[in-house]
Design a protein around this ligand. Structure first.
Ligand SMILES: *Cc1c(COP(=O)(O)O)cnc(C)c1O
Length: 428
């Protein structure tokens, strides 16, 4: 899509005035003087989320253990209530989504459910760019079956170290492949992987397909009713603003509701008989809640209720439209003002191929991030040379982006990064 941008501050201000999403900025806790560009690592706290957290805390104070019974069991079934709200973000059925665990644990749960290797069909296809925790989970699940990781995990390398080649993934789908697990949006290059094409090709070969939506949910539009993958996992603390380490998301296709969960627990039991506390597990086959394990952490879930209501109010199409526009504006300014200082845009340029963040590359990326922090900008750095910048549609203004680029220009022109150490901090 052709967009016309200008380099002036007045232009940024005009864009903000015309922006229908701009009013939501007030619903978030932005710190004065700070330009927050890291909402794809940890989304900001919202007033709506704080409110629902307070409500749950008040109910705990007032009702004690009977919190599980009030309001027709709202909190006993809170994971399914929130899951149904979240399902809209990915075009899934309300019963196909639940909230539980962490991304990593949910991946363990899905693999434990779907991975039943045989002599003939035992390989799991992965890429070599995904966030490493996914690989750690996959490798350890393979080992639990007594298999050799080198043999069973089929790594399809990226041709350029930045992007996944979908055709290479499909070519790798030989008869011995049992499962494929990939990210939907790459955490470094922001590439959107074609879920439909890969899912379809895999299913034609009898391969189970799982997607990691961490950098996709709340950032891009997805239609699972069309894609029909087998499972998906994601965290809720990035674009969904659920809070640091918020409880994660889990999707399981309705056609698999009767499968036995690989990691079972009493909250995955049929709701009607759960409190009969029988020794024998009776799997809840009505919804994704059948994959729950232990008691749900209400206080970790509560901010999501408020946060999701903002998403319901604005709608993903509107958010995605702004996100594409504001990230395109950032890329435009980077080309115009930063290229001469050695910065380059590392993400795909095409709308259909890029997620919610901009991947700005520079050989001094780490030290530039330190210089940005000193100037009250919160970016994040990813090895080896990536400055990730996420102008989040809900709370970032065009003026923020303008100022960010102005600061980067100053850092680049005067080599302000030179005074910083290149030794990596514990959390970067
Ligand atoms: C952020 C992220 C994770 C995080 O996993 P947790 O279990 O929530 O810590 C996993 N995978 C990807 C692709 C991510 O971007």
């Amino acid at each position: 899509m052709d967009r016309i941008f200008e380099t002036s501050l007045d232009f940024a201000k005009k864009k903000d005035q015309e922006d229908s999403v701009a009013k939501y900025r007030d619903r978030f806790f932005l710190q004065p003087g700070i330009i927050y560009m890291d909402g794809n690592s940890l989304g900001l706290s919202s007033k709506d989320g704080e409110e629902t957290l307070k409500i749950v805390n008040e109910k705990w104070k007032k009702y004690g253990v009977t919190i599980w019974n009030i309001e027709d069991g709202k909190y006993f079934l809170y994971q399914d209530f929130l899951g149904a709200k979240m399902a809209k973000l990915i075009g899934a059925l309300p019963e196909e989504v639940t909230i539980m665990g962490s991304t990593t644990m949910n991946l363990h749960s899905a693999i434990a459910t779907f991975y039943h290797p045989t002599k003939e069909k035992y390989k799991i296809i992965v890429d070599d760019l995904n966030f490493p925790t996914d690989r750690y989970a996959i490798d350890s699940q393979v080992k639990l079956h007594g298999l050799d990781v080198e043999q069973a995990v089929k790594v399809v390398p990226s041709p350029d170290g930045k992007l996944i080649d979908e055709d290479a993934m499909i070519e790798a789908m030989t008869d011995d492949v049992a499962m494929i697990i990939l990210p939907t949006v790459l955490y470094r290059s922001a590439q959107i992987v074609d879920m439909k094409k890969i899912t379809k090709a895999a299913h034609e070969k009898g391969i189970i397909v799982g997607w990691d939506l961490c950098h996709a949910i709340g950032a891009i539009e997805m239609d699972f009713s069309d894609i029909q993958p087998d499972f998906a996992v994601w965290c809720n603390y990035k674009y969904l603003n659920g809070g640091p380490g918020a409880i994660a998301g889990f999707y399981i296709n309705k056609k698999h509701f009767k499968m036995e969960p690989g990691l079972a627990g009493w909250h995955g039991n049929k709701k009607e008989t759960q409190f009969q506390l029988k020794q024998k597990f009776e799997h809840n086959t009505n919804n994704a809640g059948g994959w729950q394990t232990g008691t749900q952490p209400l206080l970790s879930m509560a901010p999501l209720e408020g946060s999701l209501s903002i998403f319901e109010e604005v709608g993903m199409p509107t958010l995605r439209k702004k996100s594409l526009d504001i990230t395109a504006y950032l890329m435009f300014l980077a080309d115009e003002k930063l290229a001469k200082y050695g910065f380059s845009v590392g993400n795909p340029r095409e709308d259909a191929k890029r997620g919610g963040h901009v991947c700005l590359e520079h050989e001094e990326a780490y030290r530039i991030c330190s210089a940005l922090k000193e100037k009250n900008v919160i970016p994040d750095f990813r090895e080896p040379n990536v400055i990730r910048l996420a102008p989040i549609a809900l709370y970032t203004s065009y003026e923020d982006v303008y100022k960010l680029v102005e600061i980067l220009e100053e850092i680049g022109a005067n080599k302000l990064y030179e005074k910083f150490d290149n030794t990596r901090a514990m959390v970067v």
